[in-house]
Design a protein around this ligand. Structure first.
Ligand SMILES: [Mn+2]
Length: 217
């Protein structure tokens, strides 16, 4: 097989005539960009979200949810699925951030790693969604109420979907060691945090209202 025909198989849209502009494999003629530009974009988007899912699965691999049985990764994947299936959110940065939203808070993963692997935009959203675990729990909870209203739109979407997933979980099953009072307090605190993010996404906010109203606080 000649070198030229190999090139032609790898780049079928490139002309076979080397004397024409853009015939070399290292150059992409404008026509090639135009035909495949969108596909490249979608492929890159899918790859970002899948890479985030793979990364989160690896980092959360030893963790379980509060029932000590369910794998932790069910939660971030479920949060991302709430965004696509209920909130109509398909922005890849938001979805990748949703899948990664607990890796800094709950594993040894650093924000520097998120920046290096996923870029500035995902880094910024994950940062906004991560509590500072060096602070006492009561202070962290208070800070969520104070800060959630100042978050970016993407961080608010992730935060609302996270709360929706957690409240539905609590509604379904009381975690080990929790009594009714503690569950009710979690609902009340969540209602305050959510209240700071009104006007972000009506589907998420309606679903959150439903689950909170069912609780009869
Ligand atoms: Mn979470």
């Amino acid at each position: 097989m000649t070198e030229k025909s190999q090139n032609n198989e790898v780049y079928p849209k490139l002309t076979e005539n080397d004397s024409e502009k853009g015939a070399g494999v290292d150059e992409k003629p404008p026509a090639y960009e135009k035909t495949h530009g969108k596909l490249f974009g979608e492929v890159a988007d899918w790859n970002l979200v899948m890479k985030a899912a793979d990364f989160a699965a690896r980092r959360h691999r030893h963790q379980k949810r509060k029932d000590n049985v369910t794998p932790y990764i069910n939660h971030p994947l479920g949060v991302a699925y709430i965004l696509t299936s209920e909130a109509n959110v398909f922005d890849p940065v938001t979805l990748a951030s949703a899948v990664l939203h607990d890796v800094v808070e709950d594993t040894k993963t650093t924000l520097e790693e998120i920046l290096a692997e996923f870029g500035q935009e995902v880094h910024d959203v994950v940062k906004e969604c991560s509590d500072d675990k060096t602070l006492p729990k009561a202070e962290r909870k208070q800070l969520q109420i104070q800060n959630s209203g100042k978050h970016s739109h993407r961080a608010k979407l992730v935060h609302l979907a996270d709360k929706l997933y957690n409240l539905r979980d609590l509604e379904r099953k009381t975690p080990i060691g929790w009594d009714k009072k503690r569950v009710n307090e979690y609902f009340q605190w969540s209602r305050l945090v959510i209240g700071e993010m009104k006007g972000t996404n009506s589907a998420l906010e309606c679903a959150l209202d439903d689950v909170i109203n069912r609780r009869n606080l």
